[in-house]
Design a protein. Structure first.
Length: 369
């Protein structure tokens, strides 16, 4: 729940001071929190403070994550050529998928190389400590960037003392904000069911070993990582909104066949079934990240994207896996999660149907395709 709070804080920083400042602050805080988790003494050393500090550091990670998407998507949107925005922004979720794959590979390597006692004693710290060199590299890269000309051209208005991005967002852009929340909700239902819940689904429901389940999900995530820039390129041709429409139609149509393929008891079919489900997932990520910045003008764009996406992530990430687990439990139907994805796709189509002239650049009523 701290993620939306972080979105407001980093949104203020990004909209008042600059995208560069927000991006530097978010990666610094995320890397620092992850590194401190890796170095955190255990219960045997500091007692009850160990879990308390762990929760606080995880909250800091959530806080920093709240500003990351808004800053990165806004920054790329403002620098990219108009006919390449969808493609360039699509690299954000694509790289994130490769990050998931790397994290899964590190966790799998540690699990295969270490005993249970070694894993519980110190092995779990390794993925967190890897954040230190990665964070330093990311910080070094962000220190070299500049604010976009679009942001600089609006700086005189942005720096006015009475300019408060979040208050103005709520007051003047409630409908665009609500639509961004709903678009994010759909995207995160697909993300958390398709890449988080699905691993437990393979092992706990379908009976695959944890190693096989991890392999299936890893291959599917890497497949999605490659697909997302292709979807972004498609968005540069037909429009990000059209890509989103295709993704929602895809969820509505292929989710049930995808889950039915996973249930056949063959690893190859399970992998193919999940890969099929990754197609609308890749389209959705490319479209979502490209469309969200278009709902808001420059001076509230970071806050609008960050807060809207964070609220959708909290709700979608929470209810998606919960509803999937609950539906399987009460119905006994292993295909139940597919119905949630199909429903999310239909919800997305309804939201897109209401989108007319809500954004782009600094125009409150500039239609985007």
């Amino acid at each position: 729940m701290v993620r939306p709070i972080g979105a407001v804080a980093f949104g203020w920083l990004g909209d008042k001071v600059g995208r560069r400042a927000s991006l530097i602050a978010s990666i610094t805080l995320m890397g620092l929190a992850a590194t401190l988790i890796g170095l955190l003494p255990g219960y045997a050393q500091i007692g009850v403070w160990a879990p308390i500090l762990l929760v606080l550091l995880r909250m800091l990670q959530g806080f920093s994550a709240g500003g990351e998407i808004g800053g990165a998507a806004s920054y790329i949107r403002e620098w990219a050529p108009a006919n390449r925005r969808s493609l360039y922004i699509s690299f954000l979720p694509s790289i994130a998928q490769f990050g998931k794959g790397l994290a899964a590979a590190i966790a799998g390597l540690a699990d295969a190389s270490l005993t249970d006692s070694q894993m519980s004693e110190w092995g779990w710290r390794v993925p967190f400590l890897v954040a230190l060199p990665l964070g330093i590299i990311g910080l070094w890269m962000r220190l070299g960037i500049e604010n976009s000309p679009e942001f600089e051209s609006k700086k005189a208005d942005i720096e006015k003392p009475k300019s408060q991005p979040f208050a103005e967002l709520i007051r003047d852009y409630p409908l665009p904000l609500l639509k961004v929340m709903m678009i994010s909700l759909v995207q995160n239902i697909g993300t958390y069911i398709g890449t988080v819940f699905i691993a437990a689904y393979f092992s706990s429901i379908l009976g695959y070993s944890k190693a096989d389940a991890s392999t299936i999900v890893l291959v599917a995530v890497l497949f999605a990582a490659v697909m997302i820039p292709l979807a972004g390129h498609l968005g540069s041709i037909i429009g990000s909104k059209s890509v989103l429409r295709l993704s929602y139609l895809g969820y509505a149509v292929v989710s049930v066949p995808s889950f039915m393929m996973m249930q056949q008891g063959q690893m190859s079919l399970a992998m193919a079934g999940l890969a099929l489900g990754m197609i609308p997932y890749a389209l959705c990520l490319a479209g979502t990240y490209s469309v969200m910045p278009e709902f808001f003008p420059t001076h509230v764009r970071h806050t609008g994207v960050a807060f809207g996406h964070s609220v959708g992530a909290v709700i979608g990430g929470g209810i998606g896996p919960f509803m999937a687990t609950w539906l399987i439990g009460v119905s006994g139907n292993q295909t139940a999660p597919a119905f949630i994805l199909s429903g999310a796709g239909l919800l997305g189509l309804i939201v897109l149907w209401t989108v007319r002239s809500q954004a782009a650049a600094d125009d409150k009523k500039h239609q985007f395709s």
